[in-house]
Design a protein around this ligand. Sequence first.
Ligand code: NAD
Ligand code: AKB
Length: 324
Amino acid sequence: MLKDGMSKILVTGACGQIGSELVPALRERYGGENVIATDIEETNPELRKDGPFEFMDVTQRGAIGAVVDRYRVDTVYHLAAILSATGEKKPQLAWDVNINGLYKILEIARERRVMRVFCPSSIAAFGPETPRDNTPQETVLRPTTMYGVTKVAGELLGDYYFRRFELDVRGVRYPGIISSEAPPGGGTTDYAVEIFYEAIKHQKYTCFLKEDTVLPMMYMPDCIKATLDVMAADLAQLERHTDFNLAAMSFSPAELVTEIQKHIPEFTCEYKPDFRQEIADSWPRTIDDSAAREEWGWSPEYDLAAMVADMLEKLGKRYEEGRL
Ligand code: NAD
Ligand code: AKB
């Protein structure tokens, strides 16, 4: 709890892959009424069950201000964004939502004296000139996607608001997130979620990345843990603020297929790389997350084997119940 049990938390982009699981986790911890889920579209009606939901477009400053004022918001988890693959198809939209949206969130937070803002970055902040193995915390940030450009700019903007206005902005560079609840929203790592649905339903999958493309990944329970932990960390212990490297596991599509085949031996995968291959080739293979470990005690729980077993159990149950 951030302020004498009085936290009012706003989540933007709440119906997305991460928001769909972060909102219930926040409501569990802080109380349903205290977590206001917002999105431009209501693709997850479940979020209305345990607390407020509001339509809110993060590119509309007036709309953000109205929600912040109505609920007396003091903490923001800003998840609304356009991800890498959609961002390459619609770079202008990616800039508008990811940069103009973030700027408006930060300005409203500054004006209304919001206490703390979470704004995630991504492994997409790195680029082809970055060392790809054990990518250091401090390294070359020259991404070649619009999404990556917005993530680097977002890290810098958040740091600026911290230094210049003492707004407590925090963020991590999430790897690709794997989850069983909401589908991923137009990224390059989406294959690592789609593959489970196809393995269960059809026992075959066509992957849009090459079989040996290793990328950093993380299972949703670790993503939620990291998000809550970095936001709960003692500010005095933080040297960094908006750009913590974060790691849990790294694997290629072929390694994921082998792990799934341990549970579904008849599962097969073919590979037809598309435009997302070039994006993946510009990202790291493995990440050095020692700063997050040292400054706020980060440590993941799920490796590849544990993640695959849990995903197949959860999705398999939904399939048997006719809900997949
Ligand atoms: P997502 O695409 O699943 O969800 C984003 C949500 O934002 C969607 O529900 C969408 O409707 C909403 N949105 C889009 N435009 C909006 C607007 N103008 N106003 C309000 N809402 C709008 O994304 P996610 O995977 O949940 O990602 C959340 C955050 O985490 C993003 O900043 C993303 O860059 C970051 N991230 C995600 C991953 C991942 O693998 N999921 C990895 C690295 C970083
Ligand atoms: C994407 O693939 O765009 C996201 C990310 C790693 O930021 N999952």
